[in-house]
Design a protein around this ligand. Structure first.
Ligand SMILES: Nc1ncnc2c1ncn2[C@@H]1O[C@H](COP(=O)(O)OP(=O)(O)OP(=O)(O)O)[C@@H](O)[C@H]1O
Length: 278
């Protein structure tokens, strides 16, 4: 049985009308999308800007209700779950967003931020909040003594590690990474990717990994869904998608990946390391 099943999901938005030149209209952002995520796997969703990746992710996380179709988690239909059922689902499905700073309250200490998911649910960690926060910090490769600091005292890569620590606090079964490494420098990106892969090996949860960057997707995913204009045009194993794409749009997307100049990449990496160290 799959962990998550997205079944024929469609999401329409009604755009605000602005007079006769731009009348009110219905826009289909996600169009009859279906896929499954197995426990322990990483499914990447790729596609150009506006193709519907984030809307699909938000529906999968129940941050948005679909116009039609269903979302099943662990065999339960959670499409319109409320109350305790929704709370249980939210425990199991965590989201890591693109901009780490915008999702961390600048006025809260890291200890308060990473333990917030427990606070919402009235759970008191056994050894106390401080020890729990310190353990999470260690798991994501941050100095546990820094848990009394504030978000502004961390670099972008470190802030994203804090976002990941917060997601792990409730022991989720599925983590949705929505462009989670896109805002980071290449070398920091590589470190965070390594961290995400290590955490998955340790805890066995699944990822839905949304990204523009196909090199990143190739590194982390086992299966890839390609979206175009709200539809999944192709879904297959990573190797099939990258070595033997069937759909014309997938072929175009792969052909558009720039070739990296090794010297330029080396410089970017050392610059990134220097920034992270400072
Ligand atoms: N709340 C909303 N109201 C109206 N239109 C929306 C809303 N949210 C998203 N859209 C539109 O739906 C389409 C899909 O957006 P979505 O953010 O899912 O795409 P995306 O593939 O994630 O793009 P990006 O990579 O740029 O984040 C876009 O055309 C977007 O403008």
């Amino acid at each position: 049985m799959s962990l998550l099943t997205i079944n024929g999901v469609t999401k329409q938005f009604v755009t605000r009308g602005e007079g006769v030149l731009a009348p009110k209209a219905t826009f289909t952002a996600v169009d009859n999308v279906s896929f499954e995520v197995e426990l322990g796997e990483t499914l990447a969703i790729v596609g150009e800007s506006g193709s519907g990746k984030s809307t699909t992710a938000r529906i999968a996380a129940r941050l948005l209700e679909p116009t039609s179709g269903t979302v099943e988690f662990d065999g339960q239909d959670v499409t319109r779950a409320t109350g305790k059922d929704l709370a249980r689902f939210r425990n199991n499905v965590q989201v890591v967003f693109q901009d780490p700073f915008s999702s961390l309250n600048p006025r809260y200490t890291i200890e308060r931020i990473v333990t917030a998911p427990l606070t919402y649910q009235g759970i008191a960690p056994k050894g106390g909040r401080r020890a729990f926060a310190q353990e999470l910090m260690e798991r994501v490769g941050l100095n546990p003594d820094h848990c009394q600091r504030y978000p502004a005292q961390f670099s972008g890569g470190q802030a994203q590690r804090i976002g990941i620590a917060r997601a792990l606090a409730v022991n989720p079964k599925l983590v949705i990474c929505d462009e989670a490494v896109s805002a980071l420098d290449v070398s920091i990106q590589a470190q965070v990717l390594k961290l995400l892969m290590r955490l998955q090996r340790e805890s066995g949860f699944s990822y839905i990994f949304i990204a523009h960057d196909l090199a990143v997707v190739r590194q982390i995913s086992q299966r890839v869904a390609v979206m175009n204009k709200g539809k999944i045009v192709e879904l297959g194993s990573r190797d099939q998608i990258f070595s033997d794409p069937q759909d014309e749009y997938t072929k175009t997307l792969l052909a558009a990946v720039p070739r990296i100049n090794p010297e330029w990449d080396r410089r970017r990496r050392s610059l990134g390391r220097a920034r992270e160290a400072s």
